[in-house]
Ligand binder design. Structure first.
Ligand SMILES: O=C(CO)COP(=O)(O)O
Ligand SMILES: O=C[C@H](O)COP(=O)(O)O
Ligand SMILES: [Zn+2]
Ligand SMILES: [Zn+2]
Length: 317
């Protein structure tokens, strides 16, 4: 069942975070749905502009619709990740997306407000939720590269003003994370002090954490042992997901870690079976491994085991 992110956040707020996982193909979709059902968790399936271009945007819609039929128990939102204004309108008009992200965080504050307001108006007219972004993460995002030095944390006072002016349903805040596999040299903590201040100014308002992959060191070691040259780096400590959720983070975005699972499975498979050229055996292994990964993340997010309670509260509302 497809629901809006606002519906998911109402149930999750202050208790757990909903995992938001990107997909680009059928194998990722199947692993994601299987892992969500295995862990009895709601989830957000997110599609970036790059994913919509990878095959064809209609292909992804068809894959998600089919996965929803194969796993009728699943409760999830279909969300546009890092949309520009035009892509938001395209998704709003598609009749398929239940949530969009307008990412105008690279524009000046007033421009970000103006663009976000226009998207909110169009989305809300169709009952679709809107995530906006304020502050800047480091790392690679779509086709934009932000230097670590330029990454700026979200200003709590600005966040309050931004939400008041735009009417967005959730806000992506920069609290020290960055996109991709190269986040931190050595372990670093989230900026819980900033998060607390944002929550103080926006009580009960759903916050979103991008760049939340943990970049598992064993996964990177296996990839490199099988011929990869992934640079030494660390991600977010997944034990910090739940403390962040208690401070109002209701959506935690994880994409890179899934790509690492894919890379490890395929590198190991073809290293161990150099005579093979059938992609289905590693594809099968990937789907099973990705399902396990999703279930393990949902445990850490606190979303595991929430599915039936959510179903009851949706039925009652
Ligand atoms: O924020 C993300 C998608 O919007 C993904 O972040 P990661 O690169 O840490 O997986
Ligand atoms: O934030 C970026 C997401 O991980 C999506 O990545 P992508 O734009 O390469 O699909
Ligand atoms: Zn951004
Ligand atoms: Zn992101």
């Amino acid at each position: 069942m497809i629901v809006t992110t606002a519906q998911l956040f109402k149930h999750a707020y202050g208790k757990y975070a909903v995992g938001a996982y990107n997909i680009n193909n059928a194998e990722q979709a199947m692993g994601l749905f299987q892992g969500a059902i295995d862990s009895q968790a709601p989830f957000i399936i997110q599609i970036s502009k790059g994913a919509r271009k990878y095959t064809d945007k209609r292909m992804l819609e068809a894959i998600i619709r089919s996965a929803g039929e194969i796993y009728p128990e699943a409760i999830f939102a279909v969300h546009l990740d890092h949309g520009d204004e035009q892509t938001c309108y395209d998704c709003i008009d598609s009749g398929f997306f239940s949530s969009v992200m307008i990412d105008a965080s690279h524009d000046p504050f007033a421009e970000n407000v103006a663009i976000t307001k226009r998207v909110v108006e169009r989305a809300h007219a169709k009952g679709i939720s809107v995530e906006a972004e304020l502050g800047m993460l480091g790392g690679v995002e779509e086709d934009i590269q932000v230097d670590e030095g330029n990454a700026c944390l979200t200003d709590p006072a600005e966040a309050e003003e931004f939400v008041k002016q735009t009417g967005c349903d959730s806000l992506a805040c920069a609290i020290g994370t960055s996109h991709g596999a190269f986040k931190f040299k050595g372990r670093q903590s989230l900026h819980f002090d900033v998060l607390e201040k944002i929550k103080g100014r926006l009580p009960n308002f759903p916050l979103v954490m991008h760049g939340s992959s943990s970049v598992p060191q064993d996964e990177v070691a296996k990839i490199n042992a099988a011929g990869g040259t992934i640079q030494d780096s660390m991600g977010v400590d997944p034990k910090e997901y739940l403390p962040a959720a208690k401070l109002g983070v209701t959506k935690i975005n994880i994409d890179t870690d899934g790509r690492l699972v894919w890379t490890r499975v395929h590198r190991e498979f073809f290293r161990n079976n150099p005579e093979q050229f059938d992609f289905r055996p590693p594809g099968k292994i990937f789907m099973a491994e990705y399902a396990k990964f999703i279930a393990s993340r949902n445990e850490l997010l606190g979303s595991a085991g929430q599915l039936e309670d959510l179903r009851k509260s949706l039925a009652a509302s």
